[in-house]
Design a protein around this ligand. Structure first.
Ligand SMILES: [Zn+2]
Length: 286
């Protein structure tokens, strides 16, 4: 599933390839990826120019300006397998291409999504703002103070806290696992029980992991590609995610996997020791 670095890569690609361009025509091949009526979606986009691309967490908003009238926004959630590519109009359609936006008469912005969990919505500035306001601070923009204070008195597992989009927007399974490894924190620790010093370490780990992954255009699991159709380059850098049984890059111990709130978590049992309170809660020997 695309997380912040992949969505940021798509955002940078859209800024490069789609900014300042006018949407001449809209073709919807599979209306289930559109929120609201396909007719309204088409009417809201056609003839408008893409004047900015904004991102908060994993959500994108393309600002669409018309010659008269207020701007509209194309709100994009890539879901699990959503892809945006800019291609010449004569390029053969790949299967699962659901929406085509003609940019000028030579190129198209195509939305493809195998699993169809992605969503495109045409909305007003207020609706776009409301969608952004429902999210916590962006994981690349959040300050250390906001981050640390949001952890106070929180129960549950730190892994789930990191992935809760209403508290912190942008992290999913991959970068939550990677950040916890870098910070040396076990995924089951309660956020409220993490010391200020360790919370600061986790804040810096999140920032470092995300910045590095953005530089390498993200990680390609499932179908993620950038706007030119290229996969990301972060996968060889992964330290724990989907490396179950492989040696830890720091200490050599095999990486372990456990299920937390229905999602796989990957961690090193030596570099991310399980604190006593976790062992007590789960009734496990230390
Ligand atoms: Zn280790």
């Amino acid at each position: 599933m695309p997380e912040l670095p992949e969505v940021e890569t798509v955002s940078l690609g859209l800024q490069k390839r789609a900014l300042g361009r006018r949407i001449l025509a809209v073709e919807i091949r599979h209306p289930s990826v559109i929120v609201g009526s396909p007719e309204q979606f088409t009417a809201g986009l056609e003839g408008r120019t893409i004047v900015s691309v904004q991102r908060k967490g994993k959500v994108l908003a393309l600002e669409l300006e018309a010659e008269n009238g207020p701007p509209r926004y194309l709100l994009v959630r890539l879901g699990m397998t959503g892809q945006f590519t800019v291609l010449a109009r004569e390029t053969p359609l790949e299967p699962h291409t659901h929406v085509l936006l003609a940019l000028g008469d030579r190129e198209e912005l195509r939305f493809r999504d195998v699993r169809r969990f992605g969503r495109l919505r045409c909305c007003t500035r207020e609706e776009m703002q409301a969608a952004f306001d429902r999210l916590g601070p962006d994981a690349q923009q959040v300050t250390e103070e906001q981050f640390v204070s949001a952890m106070r008195a929180r129960r549950g597992a730190i892994k789930s806290w990191l992935m809760n989009q209403q508290l912190l927007a942008g992290l999913g399974n991959i970068y939550a696992d990677e950040s916890l490894f870098v910070a040396g924190i076990h995924p089951l620790v309660q956020p409220g029980r993490i010391s200020a010093r360790k919370a600061g370490r986790l804040f810096r780990a999140v920032r470092k992991v995300l910045d590095h992954a953005v530089k390498l255009q993200g990680t390609s699991f499932r179908d993620y590609v950038d706007i030119e159709g290229r996969p990301g380059n972060y996968e060889p850098r992964l330290r724990v995610y989907q490396r179950t049984g492989k040696p830890c890059r720091r200490c050599g111990r095999p990486i372990r996997r456990m299920v937390i709130a229905g999602r796989s978590s990957h961690f090193c049992p030596k570099c991310q020791p399980r604190p006593r309170e976790v062992a007590r809660r789960r009734g496990l020997p230390h």
